[in-house]
Design a protein around this ligand. Structure first.
Ligand code: TXA
Ligand code: MG
Length: 350
């Protein structure tokens, strides 16, 4: 398949490109597009055949449901059985934006889109290109992250091209995304909503609006500890770079010393080492290929760079990666959730 790549100026969106893309969606095809979190791979959410194409293109397990993207609050009533009060409140506060809400699905949403579940994940993205594409196409758009299953999520168009060129109809290049990690997922089918995947919208931000919110206990633990995550996608090995990643946790001086010690031994043994550092520690590592993931003092920068840095180590062909850990408060929880998964939960205290 020939994949059309079209560049779009986000401040002046070209209508003909949006029409070309929405024709593809309406005819059961696939279009990758930027959102404020990561790039998504879109298809008509109400067309089971179109959803099936997404699973094939990504190599995604069929029990892993897709998020349905809308551009208008009015679209939601057709898609779900009911909207509980708490769900409505957080949607009103955080939409459009990086929040996904799980509700009981209506009959028009095919199980081929929801991975066989009776619930559906819904999100209204705030990126102008995503909004415009959904609006012009007039259909709810099923869109997982536009990466091959298991690889780091794409935060710029070239990442999508790397993974999916030749497998999908079109890529809309709207430049690098803003946030860089996927939306917060909140299950609103129970009295106390539960965070199934941490993201930019934190537990505290949600609790300010609706009171108590739980967090799925499985999020920060390896599956071997016997807890199965409630979001099917969170159980798969994910976000993984090709080289083995080990994270070191503790006083930052100890972390630097340990990483330097490991890097020295690996380098002597002929192994190529990558180091995930931060702006504050970049000059502390004399050996290895050192890349800063962002500023410790500004978590937004870490979220923004995270997946790009993991992909960079892939293209550099390193044999092993060592990384610092980060605080797990606020956005740090989402950052550490992704890094822990990328490391296969391999963290050592130093
Ligand atoms: O920011 C985002 O959410 C991005 C952009 C493109 O919108 N999308 C995204 O989709 O991250 P994906 O498919 O990579 O991740 C969707 C996650 C998976 O872990 C999936 O299991 C979970 O959402 N999910 C979807 N529907 C669900 C449901 N009905 N119940 C529980 N988990 C669900
Ligand atoms: Mg994904």
């Amino acid at each position: 398949m020939n994949t059309i790549v079209r560049k779009v100026d986000v401040s002046l969106i070209d209508k003909t490109i949006m029409e070309e893309a929405s024709e593809i969606l309406k005819n059961g095809g696939m279009v990758a597009f930027p959102t404020e979190t990561v790039y998504g791979l879109g298809a008509d959410a109400l067309d089971e055949e179109a959803s099936a194409k997404i699973y094939r293109a990504k190599g995604r397990p069929s029990d892993n449901p897709l998020i349905v993207h809308i551009s208008d609050m009015e679209q939601i009533d057709r898609l779900v059985k009911r909207v509980p009060d708490k769900a409505r409140k957080i949607m009103e506060r955080f939409w459009p934006g990086p929040l996904t809400v799980i509700l009981e699905k209506s009959d028009i949403v095919p199980k081929g889109t929801t991975g066989g579940l009776d619930t559906v994940a819904i999100r209204m993205p705030s990126h102008p290109v995503a909004m415009e594409l959904i609006r012009v196409s007039g259909v709810p758009v099923a869109a997982p992250s536009a990466n091959v299953s298991g690889r780091p999520s794409p935060t710029q168009s070239s990442h999508v091209e790397e993974d999916l060129c030749g497998k999908i109809d079109m890529i809309i290049d709207g430049g690098p995304v803003g946030i860089g990690i996927e939306s917060t997922i909140v299950d609103c089918t129970c009295d106390t909503p539960v965070i199934l995947r941490p993201g930019y919208i934190t537990k505290e931000m949600l609790e300010d609006i609706i009171g108590d919110v739980d967090v799925d206990k499985a999020l920060m633990k390896p599956m071997s500890e016997g807890v199965v995550p409630k979001a099917p996608g969170m159980k798969y090995k994910h976000y993984a770079p090709k080289a083995d990643l080990t994270m070191y946790h503790g006083d930052i001086k100890n972390v630097e010393n340990k990483i330097n010690e490991m890097t020295k031994a690996d380098t002597a043994a002929g192994r190529k080492v990558g180091i995930i550092a931060s702006d504050e520690t970049l000059d502390k590592y004399p050996l290895g290929t050192v890349i800063s993931i962002g500023k410790r003092s500004d978590e937004d920068t870490i979220a923004h760079n995270l997946y790009r840095v993991l992909r960079e180590f892939d293209s550099l062909g390193v044999d092993v990666i060592y990384g610092e850990t980060f605080e797990d408060n606020r956005l740090g929880q989402a950052i550490m959730n992704r890094l822990l998964k990328a490391a296969g939960y391999h963290v050592e205290n130093v």
